[in-house]
Design a binder for this molecule. Sequence first.
Ligand SMILES: [Zn+2]
Length: 298
Amino acid sequence: MALVALGGTLSFGLMIPVKSNILEKTSSQTIKSESAIAQLGTQKRVEEFKTAMLTTWQQQAKAKGLDYGVPKRFQGVTIEQAKISPGKKVIALTFDDGPWKTYTAQVLDILKKNDVKATFFVVGQMLKIYPDLGKRMVKEGHAIGNHTWNHRYHYFNREAAAFEIDNTSKLIYQVTGARTTLFRPPGGMLHNGLVAYAKSKKYTNVMWSADSIDYKRPPASALVNRVIKQSKPGGIVLMHDGGGNRANTVAALPKMIKEYKKQGYSFVTIPELLEMEHKHQQVMLSKKGTQKTNASKK
Ligand SMILES: [Zn+2]
């Protein structure tokens, strides 16, 4: 009975984020014989289970306030790090330019093995090629952000910027069910029209406080040292899981995580980091309020 009830819940959950996908698939497939459909039964149940897990994560994410509906103070602004309560030693690892063949899966494997949650800023045209990697990111508890469709550096008028950013967020939603309000400009370029458009659409423009410069492919140990040296609580670390050969980043990652853990850091996604700053600000504001009240009493 429990299974039947669960099945009911699963198929209900199934209808929400992936409805359009199912309809597309059904209409594009040729009609199969009944025996072929029976053979597909097991595979279908596996797929349903996978989807249900994704839906469950989304519900949990919403319950935790992680559906990327970031606190208002971060909408339409640029952040490089977060101001969090003293004593909270957290860091946010971010990976750009994926999904990418080989490296993204390796990064995801390492994060999973070490129980680390990170944030991936994906390129739309790459997500179109590797949707399963995008699905995996979200399913495994990572946050996903928008890194434009084509990853180009030239000037964008509003229409061109809209193409880059809207299409990428739309695909992220179609593929993963996650609605992102996080943006990171290619090359960190702040003045070529992309950030202006993103901000006008209330995205949080997420820069970084520690740059691995991993695209220059330094040896793993140098990469770890560079990142650790620039790190402080509330910091954001820039790395790449795509855009070229990222073997050194993959090699450095387990060592980096180990070093952070040794120093007492824990890992958060960007939405979690923003939530922490938001809570810290609220505490500070309420303290100020109390001080004012006390002062007026005197
Ligand atoms: Zn990039």
